[in-house]
Design a protein around this ligand. Sequence first.
Ligand code: PMV
Length: 369
Amino acid sequence: AEKWVLMVTAQTPTNIAVIKYWGKRDENLILPVNDSISVTLDPEHLCTTTTVAASPSFDSDRMWLNGKEISLSGDRYQNCLREIRARAGDVEDEGKGVKIAKKDWEKLHLHIASYNNFPTAAGLASSAAGLACLVFALAKLMNVKDDQSKLSAIARQGSGSACRSLYGGFVKWVMGKDDDGKDSLAVQLADEKHWDDLVIIIAVVSSSQKETSSTTGMRETVETSLLLKHRAKEVVPKRTLQMEEAIKNRDFASFAQLTCADSNQFHAVCLDTSPPIFYMNDTSHSIKLWNLALMKQLFSRIISIVEKWNRSEETPQVAYTFDAGPNAVMFARNRKAATLLLQRLLFYFPPSSAADLDSYILGDKSILK
Ligand code: PMV
């Protein structure tokens, strides 16, 4: 048998939505009920690294996540593998003496190894980075010629928010109108250099798995929430335009106001679901005691710290946003505001040790000085 292995490794950061995606109009293709906008983080701190390999000696498709084998049988993976294989091109590696024709990809099996450098499934959109990275790496391996936007529509079928991680900087997921999903894809609004002053602070409160999966949560919200209908029809269309303007003009005051308002409406929509979903104080799983105590106050504390502080200044200094997990994401208008924000957070939530501090604030700690 032939002995060669072809490999590609890619790295993809996660993204944080400032206009939230919540609710699908088509669950199979993953088509959303509204547009969404996100910021892609820098690859250093919150990213997935994925290696994909093809070899005639592999006898099935297999995948390992953080070193543990996981099943590829779910729709999200199968949809991505099928879509990428359908677009594969000819590949030639002269060094290895390998020649793969387009049609051979149907028979060649894949091994996939993926690592997250952050907690999986704790609301830090690990699926976003993971599926985006998988699609990107496979497209490179199989010489897929489609551009990033077309690839984003494939990643979308793995996990909705994944489509936004195909680009850096500020990204919009356009919901699209078509039933086949071809126009439901990501576009870059501004690149990662556009708004250099902006500092993102993430408090990782718990690394435990979230209670309600986003798929189940969204389904129940779409079926039962009247507020979601109002949000999708009347609120988000205007808000995305305002957010695009705020990003274009680096207008932090508008950016902060829209980001906080949208996070709050997303959680209001969750609460408007029957049965109600509480992502902001979801404490029912087994997490460390100090985390539990911290978490109960964290969200309301952060909201009140930020709201009070912003009101006491001439113009907003910071913004918050919370996703479907027990972590808090904050934006500061510049480094000075970021340092002040961190000092306040550490005052209200004093870490009991240096190790604690390490475990709940990711990123550039030099900002503390
Ligand atoms: O892509 P999913 O199924 O993990 O859903 C993500 C939903 C939120 O993170 C809560 C919002 C968003 O737009 O990312």
